[in-house]
Design a protein around this ligand. Structure first.
Ligand SMILES: C[S@@+](CC[C@H](N)C(=O)[O-])C[C@H]1O[C@@H](n2cnc3c(N)ncnc32)[C@H](O)[C@@H]1O
Length: 290
């Protein structure tokens, strides 16, 4: 459906004009997302918009904004419309080949930074997607050596472009979890794997409809990838090394059990800003690898 700018116009002094405020209000898109799209369409900052959202818009600017609002109204996530999402203060390009980095995953990065300290640790990011975790860690921990794995070649290409734009070195490896890593060992393994159950109805709603299934779905109970990531970690961690994973809101107990089964000690769950169990971390002290 295409909507002419005039359809979202307001009348001032007998003259019909479109403004940012009127176009957003008429579009049905939320004010905050509308403002992000307006800033992009007009090439202005959101601060500028606050003072100018009632200014009359020229037809070209109005149709540019209407086109973006229409895309959002059709359901496409804002990050895919703009091709960019900020994560941990860094700008990541995102295409539909990769998951849109989530604010809750910043918690995983904060935990990883705290665990790594500032020495030259070797870090592995499993299921890197846009590269959000690996690239942020390489940017913040300048002495770390970071490797990032994904099973999607398209995602890896996107991640490599992001690493180049942000100006960090990350080694990207196409691999089914640990498979292509042979006997490499790391001091810290971090992963935000897919963790949604195949039949979960959330997959049919909102932004999830547009994201790659490979990034979201993980078997009947949502735990298939976590089983592989946790079960395979002892063969790829240095003794004393740590594994840190993100998981679903109701998977905390199951993930702690997986850590225990794999021989980890001190599994510690951290809640996100919403108070939900979101990340689990444990240390591998060595011993026999099952
Ligand atoms: C939830 S997304 C996380 C993306 C990114 N790390 C983030 O936090 O925004 C999970 C990622 O795991 C990748 N993945 C799925 N199955 C995989 C497998 N068998 N081996 C390696 N990566 C896999 C997906 O392609 C996707 O990029």
């Amino acid at each position: 459906m295409s909507v002419a700018p005039g359809a979202f116009a307001v009348a001032t002094g007998g003259q019909v004009v479109s403004t940012v405020a009127s176009l957003i209000a008429a579009s049905g898109v939320g004010a905050s997302e509308g403002a992000i799209l307006a800033a992009a369409a007009l090439g202005r900052t959101r601060e500028w918009l606050l003072a100018h959202d009632l200014d009359p818009l020229e037809d070209g600017a109005a149709s540019g904004l209407v086109a973006l609002l229409e895309l959002r109204r059709s359901g496409l996530p804002v990050a895919y419309i703009l091709g960019e999402r900020e994560f941990h203060g860094l700008p990541f390009q995102v295409s539909r080949d990769v998951l849109i980095p989530r604010p809750e995953t910043e918690l995983l990065v904060d935990l990883a930074i705290a665990a790594a300290g500032h020495c030259g640790v070797r870090i592995l990011d499993l299921g890197t997607g846009s590269g959000a975790i690996a690239i942020t860690l390489a940017h913040r921990l300048t002495l770390a050596e970071v490797t990032a794995v994904d099973a999607s070649a398209h995602a890896l290409r996107q991640a490599a472009r992001n690493a180049q734009r942000i100006g960090v070195q990350v080694q990207f490896v196409l691999s089914d979890w640990y498979e292509a890593l042979s006997a490499q060992r790391f001091d810290l393994i971090v992963s935000n794997p897919p963790y949604i159950a195949r039949a979960d109805l959330h997959l049919k709603a909102g932004d999830l409809r547009y994201e790659p299934q490979l990034a979201l779905v993980s078997g009947e109970d949502g735990l298939d990838a976590l089983r592989k990531v946790i079960g395979g970690a002892p063969a790829h961690l240095q003794p004393g090394g740590r594994l840190l994973v993100e998981h679903g809101y109701d998977q905390g107990a199951a993930v702690r059990a997986l850590f225990a089964q794999a021989g980890f000690t001190e599994a510690l769950t951290t809640r996100d800003l919403a108070g939900v169990e979101r990340a689990c971390s444990a240390v591998w002290f060595g011993g026999s690898v099952r």
